[in-house]
Design a protein around this ligand. Structure first.
Ligand SMILES: Nc1ncnc2c1ncn2[C@@H]1O[C@H](COP(=O)(O)OP(=O)(O)O)[C@@H](O)[C@H]1O
Ligand SMILES: [Mg+2]
Length: 273
């Protein structure tokens, strides 16, 4: 067995409750460096809460969350900010600031997360680089309302990766997009993952998205994504997780997922395009 890669995100029996709802129910898993995780589950099953808990925006009622090996509740505020600055996040519905230009939106984490220490003169070139990465080089002065849904999603990806995070969390990056635009977005996620070797968690309800994460890789010489050969697929290590009413009811690879007999799980698997 090769030595295990460093632990990036670990949940140990994490429970998060709101008054009468158990949003996460004793969830345990560990994502290691370079791994991809695809999180499936019905609306209200706890997917967004899982990502917010990983970011330290929500505190578990019980259980522990470790990010880069550090348990979040033991951290002082400054240390928590420091950890959070190494995590990229795409919130549901992109969550761009309507009153800021695309340039200002993408610059936001560089300027406002003080632990990033980005010198002022470097902000503009990094924003341009991130926007070119998502093929939105010409939109710096535009406002979110002037872009299409797919372009807004790409701007939100640029904002998530502009800080070169070690861990990136994407909440429903393809929701509401047509299948072709959704594929373009997933191709960008694969590129962001493979260029920077970032540990990546993607929440989605489209099985096809998970299929792209698991079976494609970015070829930096050809500058395009391509089907991963068997070895590369194993190397890329994509793990699927299925949430149901806050419980993690499945964790495994795509073959295991596809052979599951559980009707709740196979409902997601059948959504192939
Ligand atoms: N701020 C909140 N207050 C009360 N209940 C909440 C809050 N946020 C989420 N929930 C509940 O927690 C559960 C999980 O929510 P969520 O993680 O957003 O689901 P999804 O899988 O659709 O992302 C749902 O039952 C939701 O209603
Ligand atoms: Mg959600």
């Amino acid at each position: 067995m090769p030595e295990a890669a460093p632990s990036i995100l670990r949940f140990e029996n994490v429970t998060v409750t709101f008054e009468d709802v158990t949003a996460l129910d004793a969830v345990s898993f560990e994502a290691r460096e370079g791994e991809s995780r695809v999180i499936l589950g019905a609306a209200g099953s706890g997917k967004t809460i899982l990502l917010k808990t990983a970011l330290g925006l929500l505190k578990p009622d019980s259980g522990k969350v470790y990010v880069f090996g550090r348990e979040l509740t033991t951290l002082r505020e400054k240390e928590l900010f420091d950890i959070r600055s190494k995590i990229g996040m795409l919130f549901q519905e992109s969550a761009l600031f309507d009153s800021l230009t695309i340039e200002e939106n993408v610059a936001y984490p560089l300027v406002n997360q003080r632990s990033i220490h980005c010198p002022e003169k470097d902000v503009h070139p990094r924003v341009v680089e991130a926007l070119e990465f998502v093929e939105l080089g010409g939109t710096l002065e535009k406002f979110p309302s002037e872009l299409s849904g797919g372009m807004r999603r790409r701007a939100a990806i640029a904002r998530a990766v502009v800080t070169s995070p070690r861990l990136t969390l994407y909440d429903s990056p393809t929701a509401g997009l047509d299948p072709i635009t959704a594929h373009t977005i997933m191709a960008l996620l694969v590129k962001a993952r493979d260029v920077a070797k970032t540990t990546t968690l993607v929440v989605t309800y489209r099985y096809q998205d998970g299929n792209v994460m698991a079976n494609f890789r970015y070829n930096s010489e050809q500058e395009r994504i391509e089907p991963a050969r068997n070895g590369a697929r194993r190397e890329a290590r994509t793990t699927f997780m299925v949430l149901r009413e806050g419980r993690l009811i499945f964790e495994g690879d795509q073959d295991q997922l596809e052979s599951s007999k559980d009707p709740y799980i196979s409902k997601f698997v059948k959504q192939r395009e």
